[in-house]
Design a protein around this ligand. Structure first.
Ligand code: FAD
Ligand code: SF4
Length: 508
C-alpha cells in the first residue's frame, strides 16, 4: 500500500535516511498552515524564511525523484490544520501507511500522537537524525539532581564525540576558555561581510500578506539574507569558518550599536531547521583549529563549539526532561505586562532601544543582547514570564519552543527556580557599559542610581534583590549581594527610585 510521509517545516534534513532510497509507493507531504503561523505572532522574516526554505526543500525532493504533495498557504485544498490536512489526503489518495519524524516541540509531539491514535491505518514515527544526544539523555545524566550543570554534560559530549580532545584530556589542557570571551568591541577588527544570497522574496511576501497572516518586524524583500537551502547554509558555514571564527570567542559577549551581528555565525536558523547538522558544524570548526592553530586560537573555537555541543544539546535535554510543567514555571510570581516599547523599540534606554530595534529589523539579536539587555530588563521589572516567552518565541528567526523556552524561562528569567542556571542573570548598567558602546550616548546616566536621569537598571537591580530576598538570600552564589545591600547608605532612596520607574515602565 501507499505511504504518506510528513515533513514539518523544521525538518529540512537532506541527509535523513528517508531520502536515501526512492520508493514509488512513498509520497512526502509538506504544508504551510495557519496553525503554525498563528500560535504566536511571528516576525515576518521568520515566516518568510520557513516558507522559502520549505519550498526549496520540496523542489530538491522532486529533483531527487521523490513524489511530493506541497500545500502552500493559499492552496485551495489546504485545511490549515495539521490533522485535518493529513486525514483529508489519506482519504483522497487512499494511503495505507502514515509516517512522521519525531518533532522537537511538545505541542506537536502530542498533536501527532493524537492524530495517529485516530487514524485507521498503520502509523510509525522515525528519529530526526539530527541531535547528538537522545531526548532523555540530559534527564538520565542528572537523575536525582536538582540543578543540571551544563559544564559537566558538555565535557561528557566532548569525550563522546572526541571533539577538541588530546587523548583523554581536553586540547591545550583546559575544557573551558570562557574567561577569554569577554572583550569589548572597539572596531579594531573589520567585520567580514557575509555572503549575499540573491533572491527576490517579494512574491512570497505578497502571498503571506494576502493570506492575512499577522506578523511583527520589518523586511527588505530585495535583500533577504537568511540561508534557505542546504547549499546556502553550507556557504554561510564556510564563510563563518574561514573569516569569522578566528575572532568568535574574543567578541562573543560584546555588543555594538552599529554592528548587530558582530562575529556571530547566524547559523541558528540553518541549524534549527536542520538544513545543517550540528556535528558537521562542530567538526568543521574543530578541523580549522587542528589545521591552522596559528589562525584559530583554541579560545575562539572552543567558545563556539561549546554553544552547539554544550548549550544547544543541553537545552533540548532540559526541555524533554521538564515539559510540559516547564511552561508553567514562575518562580518569582512575576505578573507585570511587557512594556509597550518591546514592540517598537521606542525607549530612551539606549541599550534596549538598539537591542529591540535590531530584533525588529533583522529578526536577530545575539545571545548577550537577549540575556543581558532585554531579558535582564524584563526580569528586573518583574514581567510575567508568559509574556516574555511570547515575545522571544515570535521575534527571533531561530525561535522554536524547545530552545526558546529553556533559554527564556530558564536561563534568562530564572522562572524554573534554578534548573538551567544556578543564579539569575541580572546586572546593573556596569556590565552593559563594560560590554558595549550603548551607555555613552544614552539619555540616562550609567553611574547614577537615584535622581534625574539615573539609569533604570541601577535601581531596579537592587529592588529586584530586595523584593526576592526570601527566595534568594540562601543561595551561596548570591549571599554577597545581600551583604552589600545591608551596608548601603542610599538603600531607601534607591528602592523608591525603582518604585517610581516601575510605575511608569512604558515611559522609560
Ligand atoms: P552564535 O553565537 O554564532 O552561536 C552558534 C550556535 O550555537 C547558534 O547558532 C546556536 O545554534 C547555538 N547556541 C548558542 N547559544 C545557545 C543557547 N543558549 N542555547 C542553545 N543554542 C545555543 N537560540 C535559538 O536557537 N532559538 C531561540 O529561540 C533562542 N532564544 C533565546 C532566548 C534567550 C532569552 C536567550 C538568552 C538566548 C536564546 N537563544 C536561542 C540562544 C542564542 O541567543 C542564539 O542561539 C544565538 O543568538 C543565535 O545566533 P547565532 O547563530 O549567530 O549564534
Ligand atoms: Fe542602558 Fe542604562 Fe547604559 Fe542607558 S545608561 S544604555 S539604560 S545601561
Amino acid at each position: 500500500g501507499k505511504t504518506l510521509r510528513l515533513i514539518l517545516g523544521d525538518q529540512l534534513n537532506q541527509q535523513h535516511s528517508w531520502f536515501g532510497k526512492k520508493e514509488g509507493s512513498v509520497v512526502y507531504l509538506m504544508m504551510e498552515i495557519r496553525q503554525e503561523t498563528d500560535y504566536v505572532q511571528h516576525h515576518i522574516q521568520k515566516v518568510l524564511a520557513f516558507f522559502q526554505s520549505m519550498r526549496m526543500f520540496a523542489q530538491w525532493l522532486e529533483k531527487e525523484g521523490h513524489q511530493v504533495i506541497y500545500l502552500s498557504i493559499d492552496h485551495k485544498e489546504n485545511r490549515q490544520e495539521l490533522g485535518e490536512n493529513i486525514r483529508f489526503l489519506i482519504k483522497k489518495y487512499n494511503f495505507k501507511h502514515f509516517n512522521y519524524i519525531l518533532p522537537d516541540e511538545y505541542r506537536l509531539d502530542t498533536q501527532l500522537r493524537n492524530i495517529c491514535k485516530q487514524l485507521e491505518i498503520e502509523t510509525k514515527s522515525y528519529d530526526a537524525e539530527h541531535f547528538l544526544s537522545d531526548r532523555l539523555a540530559v534527564k538520565s545524566f542528572f537523575s536525582g539532581k536538582k540543578t543540571f550543570l551544563m559544564e559537566s554534560f558538555y565535557r561528557s559530549m566532548r569525550e563522546k564525540y572526541n571533539i577538541l580532545m588530546d587523548g583523554k584530556r581536553p586540547a591545550e589542557g583546559k575544557w573551558n576558555f570562557d574567561h577569554e570571551n569577554r572583550n569589548k568591541f572597539r572596531e579594531e577588527t573589520k567585520i567580514p561581510p557575509p555572503p549575499v544570497f540573491n533572491r527576490d522574496i517579494g512574491p512570497l511576501l505578497e502571498t503571506i500578506k494576502k493570506a492575512g497572516i499577522k506578523t511583527i518586524g520589518e523586511v527588505d524583500p530585495k535583500n533577504f539574507q537568511w540561508p534557505c537551502s542546504r547549499e546556502e547554509a553550507l556557504e554561510l558555514l564556510a564563510h563563518f569558518c574561514d573569516k569569522v571564527l578566528p575572532h568568535f570567542g574574543r567578541y562573543q559577549d560584546a555588543m555594538h550599536s552599529q554592528n548587530p551581528f558582530l562575529f556571530h555565525s547566524r547559523l541558528s536558523f540553518a541549524l534549527n531547521s536542520k538544513m545543517l547538522h550540528p556535528l558537521e558544524v562542530i567538526q568543521n570548526a574543530a578541523a580549522c583549529q587542528k589545521q591552522a592553530p596559528g589562525k584559530y586560537g583554541i579560545a575562539q573555537v572552543e567558545g563556539f563549539i561549546r554553544q552547539i555541543l554544550g548549550w544547544r544539546e543541553f537545552m533540548r535535554g532540559i526541555y524533554w526532561a521538564k515539559m510540559p510543567d516547564y511552561a508553567l514555571t514562575n518562580f518569582f510570581g512575576h505578573k507585570r505586562a511587557l512594556p509597550a516599547f518591546f514592540w517598537d523599540g521606542n525607549t530612551k534606554m539606549n541599550c534596549l532601544h538598539h537591542a529591540i530595534k535590531q530584533s525588529l529589523d533583522h529578526a536577530y539579536a545575539h545571545h548577550i543582547q537577549r540575556l543581558m539587555v532585554t531579558g535582564n530588563f524584563a526580569l528586573l521589572a518583574g514581567v510575567d514570564p508568559d509574556e516574555v516567552d511570547q515575545w522571544y518565541l515570535g521575534i527571533y528567526i531561530d525561535a522554536i519552543e524547545w530552545v526558546e523556552i529553556t533559554n527564556t524561562r530558564g536561563m534568562s528569567q530564572f522562572a524554573d527556580g534554578g534548573i538551567v542556571g544556578t543564579k539569575p542573570y541580572v546586572s546593573s548598567a556596569n556590565y552593559i557599559d563594560k560590554m558595549s558602546d550603548y551607555c555613552g550616548s544614552c539619555h540616562y546616566s550609567k553611574t547614577k542610581k537615584t535622581g534625574d536621569k539615573a539609569c533604570p537598571f541601577n535601581s531596579l537591580y537592587w529592588a529586584f534583590y530586595e523584593r526576592n530576598r526570601e527566595k534568594l538570600q540562601n543561595n551561596p552564589r548570591i549571599g554577597f549581594v545581600y551583604n552589600t545591600l545591608s551596608k548601603m547608605k542610599q538603600k531607601d532612596e534607591i528602592l523608591e527610585q525603582a518604585e517610581r520607574y516601575l510605575e511608569k515602565l512604558d515611559e522609560l
